[in-house]
Design a binder for this molecule. Structure first.
Ligand code: COA
Length: 260
């Protein structure tokens, strides 16, 4: 499928979506969000894809936020619909059963920061600049920033970032746990792929259930989360990959996981 605002590449088992409006710093417009939804559904239906990278075209931006031309036209009703749709797309990404890494290669502002927060892991290039800048526009976050940012950096830091709309550089983002690692710009994608190759050497089912359990930890009480994990542990013990992984250890050889 050809997209106007995205590039989808599949290299072996790793897919990469590049938000592709570099002249507008990859600002998220309505068409891009719709294409993103279709693209995610396409990837979900491709069992050969074991991991996903999200990045931005060009050297300057990951995503400089939602398209402010479109934002300006919103009213009370369309604004809510806009947020509901975008939020549902990002939640779908968060709930994917394969690891999703944001490779933040420059500005990640507003909706761009929210997009990165919905990914499972965030790597950044040294020139990355990240912020929830909505309040500068007389807005608030609409794609999950007020909910995911405090879960990732803590309530106090999220308050500071959102209320001041301040933009943090890559190293500050790493220091506060907003990004996992910082790489030189020309190494960001290579290091992301290297990381994901290690990740996808694990069984697909283990990865999917681990993601599901960690996601659940953000929503459930500790007791409910522990109960959820024990249920999933039982599930994984019924898989061929589990038998293979444990047998491979006992036989002192490398496991050959088949995702079954
Ligand atoms: N929506 C629509 N267009 C955007 C955009 C956005 N969020 N962010 C950048 N652009 C466009 C600019 O309008 C400009 O288009 P033009 O060349 O047709 O005028 C182009 O992208 C390049 O941006 P520019 O502002 O010239 O680059 P810069 O290097 O001077 O500044 C930023 C970079 C990121 C600091 C600045 O573009 C900016 O503040 N963008 C808005 C960020 C924001 O508030 N996002 C949150 C939205 S919720």
């Amino acid at each position: 499928m050809n997209y106007q605002t995205l590039l989808l590449e599949k290299n072996d088992a790793i897919a990469k979506i590049t938000l592709n409006r570099p002249d507008k710093l990859n600002a998220l417009n309505n068409l891009m969000m719709k294409e993103l939804e279709t693209c995610i559904k396409d990837i979900e239906q491709s069992p050969s894809i074991r991991a996903l990278i999200i990045t931005g075209a060009g050297e300057k931006a990951f995503i400089a936020g939602a398209d402010i031309n479109e934002l300006h036209e919103l009213n009370q009703i369309s604004g809510r619909q806009f947020a509901e749709f975008g939020s549902s797309v990002f939640s779908r990404i968060e709930q994917m059963q394969i690891p999703v890494v944001a490779a933040i290669n420059g500005y990640a502002l507003g909706g761009g920061c929210e997009f990165a927060l919905a990914c499972h892991i965030r790597f950044a290039s040294e020139n990355a600049k990240i912020g929830q800048t909505e309040l500068n526009l007389g807005l608030i976050t609409g794609y999950g920033g007020s909910q995911r940012l405090p879960r990732i950096v803590g309530k106090s830091r999220a308050m500071e970032m959102i209320l001041s709309a301040k933009i943090v550089d890559a190293f500050e983002a790493e220091r506060i746990g907003l990004v996992n690692k910082v790489f030189k710009q020309d190494e960001l994608l290579e290091k992301t792929v290297e990381f994901l190759k290690t990740v996808i050497s694990k069984g697909a089912k283990s990865l999917a259930l681990a993601i599901e359990c960690i996601n659940a930890s953000q929503e459930l009480s500790l007791a409910a989360g522990l109960a959820f994990e024990t249920k999933k542990f039982g599930e994984i013990c019924g898989t061929k990959d589990f038998k293979e992984g444990t047998l491979a250890f006992l036989e002192k050889r490398k496991a050959n996981f088949k995702g079954e």
